[in-house]
Design a binder for this molecule. Sequence first.
Ligand SMILES: [Zn+2]
Ligand SMILES: [Zn+2]
Length: 115
Amino acid sequence: MLFDTNIGAAVRCTDCGKLITDDGVYEVRCSCGRTILTIKSTNCKSFRVYIPCIVCEKDHLYMFDSRQALLNKVKILSCPASQMDIAFIGNKAMVEEVAQKHEKDLQELINVLEL
Ligand SMILES: [Zn+2]
Ligand SMILES: [Zn+2]
């Protein structure tokens, strides 16, 4: 279990590009088997999020001082090299909402490109 069931995350898989939303876990895995997000917490207060970047293929580290900071909002985690959004973490319901919108935007983009 993650520290709080109200916190969720959405990450895009580096292998298959699928957007995965999950909650209550320290490690998020895509259905293709790839680990796409790892959370490490030493004292249940501050924690680190490791995400293998879909854009530059490096692992990015994001630090949070308290889980409180994530309970009522969504943090967008972006790649420092490309500024691309690679993951969302925060309030579970809000993460799901953002992830759905993001997925829709991407789908629209794909539709445009395919025309
Ligand atoms: Zn995958
Ligand atoms: Zn990156």
